[in-house]
Design a protein around this ligand. Structure first.
Ligand SMILES: *Cc1c(COP(=O)(O)O)cnc(C)c1O
Length: 420
């Protein structure tokens, strides 16, 4: 559950009328509820009480410094997939020992940065990466902790773009291949083989694929043991889904319970990398209606946020609920909510039964806390929106809206070209 609710017909976040924030900071903006973030962390951590584990928040879902700093204070670590995310995690106060590094394309510079930060482990995704990390460890004269990301070939039953645990996906090393890599890694002087890892996809709404993946890993763990390879960590990735419309994903309670049963007796410290389930429903995107247009029976509600602010509908055909900031029961009609960008794929909602929305009305695009602002771009030279964090009756601007000056700040006009 979240903290966005109507009070006397007005949509609030906690104790603040969202229209008041819109008046102060303009639109569009992302708004997150701190009490909801706290509750979601507790919902995940509660059932893990007494279990040797570390939760490493998947930063690609949301990498706001204010939110990360709060999470650091709550004891969370981070799952990073780039040097930029590692930089943010460290700057937010997350200790290197609580950071895992995933991703298929780590550069030498990123690898060195992570080695120097003393991260918990690299999740290695290929044979070549294993060698490069060993070379860099040797060059820096440090023993580096690694695990191998195993691709267990299970179908996560989710959107193909966010399914990662099938043979045909680019992620990880297959079960058979991983044995050879573990044997090789064991002989590498500067590597410390500490774990085994899998992450099979995102927005999973069933437990079955998670458990299937664990069963395959258990089989692999047993075979590796015969080869004298033992670990400290079992990294189970992230991927637990949330409700956007009518999905009924398992509650973190059920997820943790099923996992605890599946890993019983292994004696490994569990690493979790949840992203969406922690942050997805803690945030919304507030936008203003610019125009209403009607053509051959079709209604378009044009708003001031577009695919550059929230790309999930365009990229994954994802569903986000649309809630007007003023409760409105005027004749519902089917409409598309579209952005100002010059692309037909620029929409936030399609064929939705919505109340009559007119120029100047404010609407909230719900469940926008994960993969919202982190995937935003400057396409069409649109400044990125602001991010707001609400705690009770107080709100804080935690990311300023970009300005036009910001848009061109990194650009250079070479004299040589201007003279021509
Ligand atoms: C994206 C990702 C996650 C988080 O996925 P969610 O579905 O947001 O929980 C965790 N681990 C890895 C390696 C990822 O790529």
């Amino acid at each position: 559950m979240h903290d966005f609710m109507y009070k006397q017909g007005k949509l609030y976040c906690g104790d603040i009328d969202l229209a008041k924030i819109a008046k102060d900071v303009g639109t569009p903006f992302f708004c997150y509820s701190l009490p909801t973030i706290r509750r979601h962390i507790q919902a995940f951590e509660g059932p893990l009480a007494g279990v040797d584990h570390q939760t490493c928040f998947a930063m690609k879902a949301n990498s706001s410094m204010a939110i990360l700093s709060y999470m650091a204070g709550q004891g969370l670590g981070a799952d990073v997939v780039s040097g930029g995310e590692l930089y943010r995690a460290l700057k937010a106060g997350i200790d290197g020992s609580k950071i895992v590094y995933s991703g298929v394309g780590k550069t030498v510079e990123e690898i060195d940065m992570a080695i120097n930060a003393g991260i918990m482990m690299f999740n290695i995704e290929s044979e070549e990466e294993l060698e490069v990390i060993h070379e860099q460890a040797q060059a820096l004269g440090k023993k580096v902790a690694i695990s191998i990301r195993v691709n267990p070939d299970v179908d996560a039953q989710t959107h193909p773009y966010i399914s990662t645990g099938l043979k045909e996906n680019k992620f990880g090393i297959d079960v058979e291949g991983s044995i050879a890599q573990y044997l090789k890694a064991k002989e590498m002087e500067y590597l410390d083989v500490v774990g085994i890892d899998c992450h099979i996809g995102s927005q999973l709404t069933e437990l079955r694929p998670f458990i299937d993946a664990i069963e395959r890993l258990k089989f692999l763990i047993a075979r590796l043991k015969e080869h004298g390879i033992e670990f400290r960590y079992l990294d189970l990735g992230g991927g637990l889904g949330i409700t956007y419309s009518d999905e009924e994903p398992p509650h973190p309670n059920e997820y943790v319970k099923a996992i605890r049963e599946a890993v019983e007796g292994l004696g490994l410290k569990l690493i979790f990398e949840p992203g969406r389930v922690i942050i997805g429903n803690t945030g919304i995107l507030v936008t203003k209606v610019l125009y209403r247009k009607q053509r051959s029976g079709k209604i378009f509600v044009v708003v001031d946020a577009g695919m550059n602010d929230l790309i999930r509908p365009s990229l994954y055909n994802a569903y986000h609920d649309i809630w007007p900031l003023r409760e409105n029961h005027a004749g519902r009609q089917k409409a598309d909510v579209v952005g100002p960008i010059c692309e037909s794929g620029d929409f936030l909602a399609k064929d939705r039964n919505l109340p009559h929305l007119s120029r100047g009305d404010l609407v909230a695009v719900m469940s926008a806390g994960a993969y919202g602002f982190t995937m935003a771009s400057n396409y069409n030279s649109r400044p990125k929106s602001a991010e707001i964090l609400v705690d009770g009756a107080q709100y804080f601007v935690v990311t300023k809206r970009q300005t036009y000056e910001d848009l061109v700040a990194e650009e250079i006009l070479p004299d040589e070209i201007l003279q021509k």
